[in-house]
Structure formats: C-alpha cells, structure tokens
Ligand binder design. Structure first.
Ligand code: ZN
Length: 349
C-alpha cells in the first residue's frame, strides 16, 4: 500500500575541475508516498547551514523597536474583542496570545513565546515551549467553542530571519480556518482517499512501515515517532514527528504535549550540532468532529538558511516558487542516521 518510489536521472559533462574529464552526475526524483508529488535530491553537500551571531540583535535599541518586548507589548499590540475572548489576550507563563495585526485569516493569532527578545535554540526550555504550545491549544479550543468556528486548525512557526520570520522575538502563528492551504488540504484529502481505499490510517501505516524499515525512523519519544520524510520539503531536509493515535486539538493532552516538547528539544540539540539555526514548523490537526480515523497529528520541521551571510540569498529559488518542486542536498537516510544519536538522549532543562 505504501510505496517509496524514486527514479534516478543522470547528466553527462566534461568537468573543468578535473581537467575536463568525462563525468556523470545523478539527480534523484522521489515521489511522496501519500500525495504522489515529486521532490528531488541534488547538489549533495553543496549547501551548508549558515549561522549568524544572534547576540548582535539583542540590543536595547532592538528591544525598543520590537512590539513583543515587555516594554511595548501592552501598548502596541491589539486585543481580541470581548465576544471572541473576554480577556482580550491569553497568558500562560511567559507566553501572550494576541491577534495578528496583519492577519492571514479570520482567526489568525500570535503566541509571543517569551519575554526575552532573542531566544537561541539552546535557551528554548521545556517550560517555554510547553507554555507557548499549550497557550496556542487553549486558544484553538476557545475558538472552537464559538458558534461559527472554522473546521481546520494549525500552528505554524517561522523561527529566525532565514525562515521568513520578520521579527526575531519568537512567536508562533495560531490559525483556525475554513481554508487549509494547499499542502494541508492535499494531505487531508489524500489521507482520506487512503483510508477509504485500504481501510487504514496512512499515518499509522507510515509509522509502522518506517519503524520496520529503519532507515528513516530515528526513534520514539513517548508516543511520538520521529522520522525524516522520504521526500523532504527543505533544501536542508525535513524532520517529522507523528503521533499515530492522536488526531484533533482535543486529543492533544498534557502527556502528548510533554512528548512533543521533549522530542523538539532533542531535535534542537541535533540542529545545534550541525549548525541549523532557523526553521519553519507546522503542527497539523485532524478536523474535530469527523468520525473517520484517517489522519493523525503530526508536525513538520523544515530547516532554513541563507546561502551565504554576505548577500543573504534565501534557500528558495524558482524551482520551489515557480514549480512548487522541493529539492534537498542531503539524503533523508543520512540525516536520520545523524538524528538517531540525539533522539534517544534527553537534554537538560
Ligand atoms: Zn522583542
């Protein structure tokens, strides 16, 4: 049922780096086992993560210009009207949930995660992550209680400027919508097709198959299965955690949240070891209220980098933007072997 399909194409050229000797260079085209969409593995090892000095942004001047820093947040960020959220803003630990003043959708909130302006990965503590995602969940629960609640929920995160994040002060985007976005819509619809065709949940099958095959299964943290997807979405690969038995925002209980956060901390320890300092993240929930068990809670983490720190070119180009075709410079199987050394080890704090 689950198929990992790929094709290899090769280019012949006379290589100037080797006295114009004949050379064959391979590109691997892979098909996503759920959506059937292609991605390619190419340029192996030619792009490395670039790490900036974050402390350069942690200055009193940057704080004074940042809407999320404690001296500004009360004055310059919006509140929800009382019919949506009587408190105006939600708080949990250091996290504040507030409406995005530039919304992407009808319910488009931000979770400002910390009072600190710059939080490098080594300072993403368990408490900070748990409060931020916990507050996001609480907001989604509250919105779902409204009569006109949209059916789809997701939490997304642009961490640090290479990911497209405009503000370095860490913040999640909490979205409740009737419009899933193309990838989420396709993932939901293909998961439903799979369930109806085979009578099985694709995500449960994926976890079982990857665990058995082993080359893209890094390990379990609690109930979460950590994988490197067969077709990664980022130039520097992709990491995924699937909770096969958890579906909606209402199933994500405290224990699952602990497992998610603990796994993230182990992933971040791996990121630090290889110099990854920026990523996009998405946490996808099954729509609440649907009876069919066709979709499991999962999160994607896609590392991002500038190609160099002089001109700061982004790591997306026409291939991704014009063709919607991901390409990756590292094999998921190689990345998984590296991640295995971290996913079984609990970092401090
Ligand atoms: Zn700030």
């Amino acid at each position: 049922m689950l198929e990992f399909r790929k094709k290899v194409v090769s280019t012949s050229l006379l290589d100037p780096r080797e006295d114009f000797r004949h050379k064959t260079i391979e590109t691997e085209i892979r098909y996503d086992p759920l959506t059937g969409e292609t991605g390619r593995l190419a340029h192996f090892g030619m792009i490395k993560p670039q790490k900036e000095d974050f402390s350069a942004w942690d200055t009193p001047e940057s704080h004074s210009l940042c809407p999320f820093c404690p001296e500004n947040i009360e004055k310059v960020t919006p509140k929800y009207p009382s019919d949506l959220l009587p408190e105006g803003r939600l708080r949990k630990g250091q996290t504040t949930i507030l409406p995005n003043i530039s919304p992407y959708d009808q319910f488009s909130a931000l979770a400002v995660m910390s009072t600190a302006h710059v939080v490098p990965l080594e300072k993403m503590t368990t408490a900070l992550l748990k409060n931020a995602f916990g507050a996001g969940l609480e907001f989604l629960h509250r919105i779902f209680d409204l009569e006109s609640a949209p059916p789809y929920q997701l939490i997304i995160w642009n961490y640090m400027p290479p990911s497209g994040g405009g503000l370095v002060h860490p913040h999640l985007q909490i979205i409740s919508s009737s419009f899933q976005g193309n990838l989420f819509r396709k993932t939901l619809s293909k998961s439903k097709d799979y369930y109806r065709q085979f009578g099985q949940n694709f995500w449960q099958d994926l976890c079982a198959t990857e665990k058995k095959q082993g080359e893209r299964f890094a390990g379990r943290v609690g109930t979460g299965y950590w994988l490197t997807p067969f077709v990664p979405l980022g130039v520097l690969g992709e990491f995924m955690v699937v909770f096969p038995e958890i579906r909606t925002v209402f199933d994500l209980d405290d224990k699952t949240l602990d497992d998610l956060v603990e796994g993230m901390k182990r992933l971040f320890a791996y990121f630090q070891s290889v110099g990854i300092a920026s990523y996009n993240m998405g946490l996808f929930f099954a729509p609440a209220g649907e009876a069919e068990n066709y979709f499991s809670l999962h999160a994607r983490f896609i590392p991002r980098t500038f190609l160099n720190l002089e001109q700061k070119p982004p790591d997306t180009n026409a291939l991704q933007v014009v063709l919607h075709e991901p390409f990756t410079v590292i094999r998921p199987e190689t990345q998984c072997a590296e991640l295995k050394n971290f996913i079984g080890v609990s970092p401090k704090a």
